[in-house]
Ligand binder design. Structure first.
Ligand code: PEP
Length: 266
């Protein structure tokens, strides 16, 4: 279902009216985690002012350590819904448990499946049945084939509104948190009709790499990028070292505007 064999045209997915697909480079930005109403609103305003058209923010955080901030849960979803009301930005937020899919879908415009759940097949099937667009991150240890098969689990439940997100893979390199696999973008676009975006924030795990990795993503034809921003990264409860602050995001948005998408590529 996600293969280009039976669907040669590349697809455009709409999230609350915002297109993600060929001919556009969609900027999604927001806090890694929803912490407070004020922090989320400030991050959303930064995102909107820079030109982002979708707001990201995690209410359920799949953290490596059980002692790390796990997210605000439904209270975080309510904050996101309020901030959507105030800014008009549709929201993308992660769901980590099949039991929460209906609840998260009742607030979100797009459901995110994170790298750690990228082969949680019960969760993939559940999001496939709930009628909301899905952003499927690549598993940090998944081959491109495994990533596309994960998307197939969602599609098989009747939902073809799927955006693939390359977010870096596990390699022997330790200088970056993950290694951005830029080749995955054109390879996945060649194999699948689904849009492919890149997460330069979680790939590198370092603020100084977000702009260069964004340039790389656009150069290989990514259909969008998803970026962490925070009004006060030094106080962030999650992934502060990779969060952009005000001026950085404006610069990144300018790079996106000035670097025309690869239109007409097959
Ligand atoms: C995120 O985007 O909030 C996140 C946790 O990303 P990943 O699943 O790619 O680590």
């Amino acid at each position: 279902l996600v293969s280009r064999d039976n669907h040669p045209e590349r697809s455009t997915i709409r999230v609350g009216g915002v297109p993600i697909g060929p001919g556009t480079v969609t900027l999604i930005a927001g806090p890694c985690a929803v912490e407070t109403p004020q922090q989320t609103l400030e991050a959303a305003e930064m995102a909107k002012a820079a030109g982002a058209t979708l707001l990201r923010g995690g209410a359920y955080k799949p953290r490596t350590s059980p002692y790390a901030f796990q997210g605000l849960g439904e209270a975080g979803l309510r904050i996101l819904a309020d901030v959507r009301e105030q800014t008009g930005l549709p929201i993308v937020t992660e769901v980590v448990d099949a039991h929460d899919v209906e609840l998260v879908a009742s607030y979100a415009d797009m459901l995110q499946i994170g790298t750690r759940n990228a082969q949680n097949f019960a969760l993939l099937q559940a999001v496939g049945g709930v009628g909301k667009p899905v952003m499927l991150k690549r598993g940090m240890n998944a081959t491109i084939e495994e990533w596309l098969m994960a998307a197939e689990y969602i599609a098989q439940r009747g939902n073809l509104d799927i955006v693939l997100c390359e977010r870096g893979i596990r390699t022997f390199e330790t200088a970056t948190r993950n290694t951005l696999d830029v080749s995955a973008v054109p390879v996945a676009q060649r194999l699948s009709h689904l849009p492919v975006i890149v997460d330069p924030s979680h790939s590198g795990g370092r603020r100084d790499l977000v702009l260069p990795l964004t340039r790389a993503a656009i150069a290989v034809g990514a259909d969008g990028v998803i970026i962490d921003v925070h009004p006060h990264p030094e106080q962030a409860l999650c992934d502060g070292p990779q969060a952009l602050v005000d001026g950085d995001l404006d610069e990144l948005a300018r790079v996106i505007r000035e670097f025309p998408p690869l239109v007409g590529r097959t």
